[in-house]
Design a protein around this ligand. Structure first.
Ligand code: CTP
Ligand code: MG
Length: 177
């Protein structure tokens, strides 16, 4: 069980890093350039910036490359993994943006929390793009099996709650959620 959780964390780590990076960056230019959708609401909102997107993909990819190096310091292996963790990170940020697109359609303001959507949007994107990478680039076995995917989807909201509560206890956050 613990082994399965550690395996899941190691697999999805680049996506976690990508998803957590943008808050530190204070990007300005929004991906949607402040354009409005047909419903006269923002496409994505001011919380999705170009800088946040690009640096997060870079941070996630770098994390994955370091992981690959730890696993097997062979250049061919690292190059192959680099492509895959790029897919994982790019997918995470794309999923995160799609999540915001959905929130804006429901007239939810930037930063308004939607349990599960906020924790799963980037995971769905990451795993979907990993799947695309596997399919088109012929990596063979980069997609985790269904059990691992399920573990990832269950532990992510749990870790989200735990880390938020910890940040609150450490007085890094004002509210425990
Ligand atoms: N962020 C960014 N660019 C991105 C994603 C996030 O600059 N592509 C920054 C924004 O400052 C954002 C913060 O990271 O406010 C937290 O990200 P997130 O929780 O995903 O965005 P929310 O502010 O909650 O906005 P939304 O309601 O659209 O999810
Ligand atoms: Mg949010």
């Amino acid at each position: 069980m613990l082994n399965l959780i550690l395996q899941a964390l190691w697999y999805i780590l680049p996506a976690y890093v990508a998803n957590s990076t943008p808050v530190l960056l204070h990007g300005k230019t929004p991906i949607d350039f402040n354009l409005k959708f047909f419903d006269k609401r923002p496409w994505l909102g001011k919380g999705k910036t170009i800088k946040g997107f690009l640096f997060s993909v870079a941070a996630g990819t770098l994390t994955g490359v370091i992981q690959a190096f730890i696993e097997n310091p062979d250049l061919t292996y690292i190059m192959t993994r680099a492509l895959f963790v790029f897919g994982l990170s790019f997918g995470a940020m794309t999923g995160d943006s799609v999540g915001s697109f959905i929130k804006r359609r429901f007239n939810l303001k930037r930063g308004q929390a939607v349990p599960l959507l906020d924790q799963w949007d980037f995971l769905i994107g990451a795993i979907a793009f990993a799947g695309v990478a596997e399919f088109f680039l012929g990596f063979g076995d980069v997609l985790p099996d269904l059990t691992l995917i399920l573990v990832i989807f269950v532990i992510t909201p749990v870790f989200h709650i735990l880390t938020n509560f910890l940040s609150y206890k450490l007085k890094l956050k004002d509210v425990p959620w």
